[in-house]
Design a binder for this molecule. Structure first.
Ligand code: DAH
Length: 338
């Protein structure tokens, strides 16, 4: 060889091509071109023996340095391109979760259930516990033990869904949650502080304020020395918690199982701005006959009881003027409470 190649220029060119190789194929071509078996650099290094002896040392040193630099550039570019290839493979494989997903409508609690849970919360806060009873009851629990003897008008066919039985052993859909008072007292020693929310049934024709199936929450407190003031204070506090400050009216009424008995109403302004009293509960002091029926000593124990209409409360709460809306299952109505 007459002239010693410019190893620096070879190395520079190779490093530039390697840097420009933008995939593993292009890089392989650059490797073959600069350090492959037939690359000029390889040939020079392979024929050092034929060089004049004075050039051999320099060619060997500079040639190998160039080769090393090229191989280092190849290695690092290779690692980089491989990483990129892996990255784009992962990218191509990825699940795209950025698109809007399928929309599943979430359910929500029915407005009556929402009100029931709030009522339970308030009474739990006052130290009451929550009791439960069956919707299919005996005539004894639903009427007789509640001081409503056979032949009483409230027991008549026109009000009650009878299921089976005759005059003294009727089975019926409970017309009120009051039988849970009897069940509780039959199984618990006083003092008693319970509420019992639930569904009740009456043979009423459906209209804006009547439904043959509706909801009540019963309350019963039995202790020594309870007075009408305790009843009034409990009801007033409860209504204030649930409905905010509004006038509460308590007027005399009659129920067979309480004496005295009252009707409880709250002031209600409808969506047209008309204010009226709306009856929300019956209540009273537990009749001594009821205590006698469950084996409590009427001389020792006194008590008060109440029964709220849950549907009424939900209607007041949400300015609903027709009870049928609560039972039709129309999503346009129900979605307003989710
Ligand atoms: N059970 C009665 C009804 O359905 C409501 C009621 C009145 C419940 C007075 C009571 C009470 O506990 O003391 O009309």
């Amino acid at each position: 060889m007459s002239e010693i190649p410019d190893f620096q220029a070879i190395a520079d060119e190779a490093v530039a091509s390697i840097a420009a190789a933008d995939d593993l194929n292009a890089l392989e071509q650059a490797r073959v071109r600069f350090v492959g078996r037939k690359a000029p650099l390889t040939e020079v290094l392979g024929s050092i023996g034929s060089l004049p002896s004075r050039d051999r040392g320099r060619v060997g040193k500079e040639g190998n340095a160039a080769r090393k630099a090229i191989e280092a550039a190849l290695d690092s570019r290779h690692a980089m391109l491989e990483g990129e290839a892996m990255g784009s493979a992962l990218l191509a494989d990825r699940a795209d979760v950025t698109l809007p997903g399928d929309h599943f409508a979430l359910g929500a609690l029915h407005p009556i259930t929402q009100v029931r849970l709030e009522v339970e919360e308030i009474f739990l806060g006052m130290g009451f516990s929550v009791a439960d009873g069956p919707e299919i009851e005996t005539g004894f629990n639903n009427f007789t033990a509640l001081n409503t003897p056979d032949g009483h008008p409230a027991r008549s066919e026109s009000d009650t869904f009878f299921i089976a039985g005759g005059e003294h052993d009727e089975v019926l859909l409970r017309t009120q949650t009051s039988p849970v008072q009897i069940r509780t007292m039959q199984t618990t020693e006083p003092p008693v502080y319970v509420i019992a929310p639930g569904t009740v049934y009456r043979r009423d024709d459906v209209d804006a304020t009547h439904s043959p199936m509706f909801h009540q929450v019963e309350g019963l407190a039995v202790d020594e020395g309870l007075s009408f003031a305790n009843l009034k204070g409990t009801i007033t506090y409860f209504l204030q918690q649930l409905l905010g400050d509004r006038d509460v009216r308590v007027i005399p009424h009659f129920f067979p199982f309480t004496e005295p008995s009252v009707d409880v109403s709250v002031a209600w302004t409808d969506r047209h701005g008309r204010t009226d009293w709306l009856e929300v509960a019956g209540a009273g002091m537990v009749d001594p006959n009821v205590f006698a029926n469950v084996g409590y000593d009427p001389e020792r124990w006194t008590g008060f009881a109440f029964g709220f209409g849950l549907d009424r409360i939900a209607m007041i709460r949400h300015q609903i003027s027709d009870i049928r809306l609560l039972y039709e299952g129309d999503l346009r109505f129900l979605e307003q409470f989710s």
